[in-house]
Design a protein around this ligand. Structure first.
Ligand code: FES
Length: 157
């Protein structure tokens, strides 16, 4: 009789189709809300994979679309832009500008033949550590399903 091997205790079992593909996700996090939310997730010991590389910016309105494109060209499989909830931006309208830019970037990705889900915009406040961890976990799962970003440059370092 053949029995299926059971994972050992504490063994991480991957269900992604890409085998050992570990996506790289770049996150542009607003200093006032989402970066603090990420900090809270860490302090609260919430679990999220180490695939996420945070970059602190003063406001999502300061995220030039070129930064996102450059991240995708130079190694990221997905990009998160996260900032204050509408009405809470410390620079009043930075997050509204970001929302418009991300909408345009998503269209651009589609025209390039990429999945628009490779770019995600989220509003994560300083008290939403759990939302931050959930967002990163979802993005890692989603990016594993999509596979590696086909336009990224591979680095040998
Ligand atoms: S200061 Fe957080 S999005 Fe503008």
């Amino acid at each position: 009789m053949v029995t299926e091997a059971q994972p050992k205790e504490n063994e991480v079992v991957s269900d992604d189709k890409e085998g050992d593909f570990e996506p790289k996700i770049i996150g542009f996090l607003c200093n006032w809300c989402s970066y603090t939310g990420a900090d809270l997730a860490g302090v609260s010991r919430l679990q999220y994979p180490p695939n996420f590389i945070p970059i602190r910016v003063m406001c999502t309105g300061a995220v030039d679309p070129v930064y996102v494109i450059k991240a995708l060209l130079e190694g990221a499989d997905s990009v998160l832009v996260a900032g204050c909830h509408p009405g809470d931006c410390h620079y009043l309208s930075g997050n509204f500008k970001a929302r418009r830019r991300i909408a345009i970037l998503k269209k651009l990705l589609e025209n390039l033949g990429l999945e628009e889900r490779r770019i995600r915009l989220e509003w994560i406040s300083a008290s939403e550590g759990q939302k931050f961890a959930d967002t990163v976990n979802e993005m890692v799962k989603e990016t594993k399903k999509m596979g590696p970003n086909p336009i990224k440059k591979e680095w040998d370092i």
